[in-house]
Ligand binder design. Structure first.
Ligand SMILES: NC(=O)C1=CN([C@@H]2O[C@H](COP(=O)(O)OP(=O)(O)OC[C@H]3O[C@@H](n4cnc5c(N)ncnc54)[C@H](OP(=O)(O)O)[C@@H]3O)[C@@H](O)[C@H]2O)[C@@H](O)CC1
Ligand SMILES: [K+]
Length: 572
């Protein structure tokens, strides 16, 4: 963690990756053949690091350059003393892969790429070099059967039980979205689960979103010598813009900062001016709810205090003031009973940010929303405030660039139903068919109807990142979509993924009150002047880091109290 908490790196689309490779070749930086050799060598090296004793490996080579990498892996492992079988296709690949195939043929044969071939002999390791970034449609026929076989093997120990190493990606994974091409959205049937995935130069969106982390296993990002200087140029008109990502496993590998530096963020978070007073560090206002709803707002408040807001005021309706008198004692309490009262309170310009939603109750949130937005104050809208927003005739009316929306997927779907629908993609029937006759008939009918949807499911698929970018553009403010793959987009910075899905602590964040703490951290950072986009990124990073630092057994109450420990590791 430490100094790398806020380091980020590029997160590319497949098209951007191709543009980068083409640019490197066009400018004479490297030939395609050299890049392929480096890619294959990187995979072979990672294999040899993890399995130092040569064993039996079966390398599955597809029709394109991913297959070309596979032939390199086969040759290099053969040279290193491994017993190598290669399963490949008759089809003629492009010139680079053809050359690698020819070089392999000088050492060994190529059997047909079939399920039967895969099962013929036992191996200690399988290398999946069938499809990489060139996959644009769901695999069919024998290859689809083979991928299903590998997928099943990883799940229930049948068929093939050896560990699998994926070249660039587990075949079938859409590298633009993290979905499996041709499967029901969110379902991983039909794609192999790798123990290790070695990708090249930069992670792609599909490596960190949705099913990517579960299918990739350990993700290694190997440098194959693509130019880093001025690399934005070759992307030219390719939309969308470059995204950034961070996560415990990747930040340290190659910090790439384009918008703000790690040190700058840390300094702002950790230091307080010696000559300042509490108001110099901002005053955060939390619009708490009525009786019986106190806990959520107090969790947010504690987080806002821990992140360094000079003052945090909890503002429930008068009737609930007594209940909100519970700790933390560092809090101020002031009743806010309705919109007029709120407008009056916000005449105090020292209040630098506000939060509405956690435990506020939907009705109260609805009553206060317009007044709060009208003031233009930096504002975090979470939980009940998001539901209240979505129930308005014009849900996004009045939102301004100083706002941060922090929905989970359900709240996101209520606010942006069409984007959520696009994200779900075609809905396919679950498999296998039910045993009951009537249900089985219905299942088959549904499958037939869904053939068109299946055919339409071609990559690049619409991703969470696309959805959040569209949502932020539409709302005119920062949107943070919560998940193990938290996505942030907004007017003030590049789209961003907090890839906690590779972090064993991430599932512990799926606990009651965790979102209230996240909203509180963002509020605290914004009260201190971070701005909405930075506030959201600081919040996502600290939230994940606190969970990681605390470890298993975490409950939401622990998160704010773990922040000082996280700050210790950030000392600059
Ligand atoms: N470029 C470089 O410099 C470097 C690239 N590198 C490596 O190259 C990989 C990308 O290579 P790639 O573009 O050839 O794509 P790849 O993933 O091998 O598959 C494309 C082939 O599959 C076919 N195909 C697609 N879908 C299909 C389906 N459903 N069912 C059947 N076929 C299907 C498609 O055919 P088509 O769509 O034209 O019919 C095409 O023949 C990348 O992941 C990395 O590993 C590294 O060596 C570093 C240097
Ligand atoms: K692959």
């Amino acid at each position: 963690m430490g100094k790398d908490l806020f380091a980020s790196r590029e997160l590319l689309t497949s098209a951007q990756m191709r543009a980068l490779e083409n640019h490197a070749m066009a400018t004479g930086l490297a030939t395609g053949l050299a890049l392929m050799e480096r890619a294959g060598a990187a995979v072979a090296q990672e294999i040899r690091l993890r399995w130092p004793v040569p064993g039996r490996v079966v390398v599955l080579c597809g029709p394109g350059n991913n297959g070309g990498d596979g032939y390199v892996v086969a040759r290099l492992l053969d040279e290193a003393g491994w017993q190598v079988r290669v399963l490949g296709l008759e089809t003629a690949p492009g010139p680079d892969a053809a050359e690698m195939k020819r070089r392999w043929r000088e050492r060994g044969g190529i059997e047909a790429l079939t399920v039967e071939g895969l099962r013929r002999e036992e191996a200690d390791l399988t290398v999946d070099a069938i499809f990489g970034t060139g996959l644009t449609r769901p695999p069919e026929g024998e290859i689809a059967a083979l991928l299903r076989d590998l997928g099943n093997a990883a799940r229930d120990g049948h068929a093939v039980s050896q560990p699998l190493v994926a070249v660039d990606a587990p075949s079938g994974l859409c590298l633009d979205s993290g979905a499996v091409l041709g499967a029901r959205r969110g379902a991983d049937a039909g794609a192999p689960h790798a123990r290790l995935t070695v990708t090249f130069d930069s992670p792609r969106r599909g490596h960190v979103l949705e099913l990517g982390p579960a299918l990739c296993g350990e993700l290694v990002i190997a440098d194959i010598g693509l130019a880093r200087q001025g690399r934005v140029a070759p992307f030219g008109a390719i939309a969308p813009p470059i995204a950034l990502m961070s996560g415990p496993r990747f930040a340290a590998e190659q910090a790439f900062e384009s918008h703000f530096g790690h040190d700058e963020l840390c300094r702002n978070l950790l230091t307080k001016s010696a000559t300042g007073h509490k108001f110099s560090h901002g005053h955060a206002l939390i619009l708490a709810g009525g009786l019986g709803q106190g806990g959520a707002a107090r969790l947010s408040a504690k987080a806002a205090l821990r992140v360094g807001a000079g003052l945090v005021t909890l503002a429930p309706p008068t009737e609930a003031l007594g209940e909100h008198a519970l700790p933390p004692d560092a809090l101020m309490r002031r009743a806010v009973d309705g919109p007029e009262d709120l407008l009056h309170r916000l005449e105090d310009k020292r209040i630098t940010a506000a939060l509405l939603g956690p435990g506020s109750g939907i009705e109260r949130a609805a009553a206060l929303l317009s007044a709060l937005l009208e003031t233009g104050r930096p504002t975090v809208l979470d939980a009940d405030a998001l539901t209240a927003l979505s129930r308005r005739a014009e849900p996004l009316a009045g939102l301004h660039p100083g706002c941060v929306l922090t929905p989970h997927l359900g709240e996101f779907a209520r606010l942006f139903p069409d984007l959520a629908e696009k994200l779900r993609g075609p809905v396919l029937p679950a498999s296998p068919p039910p045993e009951d006759m009537a249900a089985a008939l219905a299942w088959h009918a549904a499958l037939k109807a869904d053939q068109a949807a299946l055919a339409a499911m071609r990559g690049p698929l619409y991703s969470k990142l696309d959805a959040v970018c569209e949502a932020a553009a539409r709302a005119g403010c920062t949107v943070l979509l919560k998940g193990a793959d938290t996505v942030i987009a907004g007017p003030d910075g590049p789209p961003f993924v907090q890839a906690s899905s590779y972090d064993a602590a991430a599932p512990w964040l799926a606990t009651a009150g965790s979102g209230d703490v996240l909203a509180g951290i963002i509020l605290g950072a914004m009260a201190r002047g971070s701005g909405p986009y930075r506030g959201a990124r600081i919040g996502a990073a600290l939230h994940a880091a606190a969970a990681r630092s605390f470890g298993p057994g975490l409950i939401a109450d622990d998160l704010p109290d773990t922040l000082p420990k996280v700050f210790h590791t950030l000392a600059i």
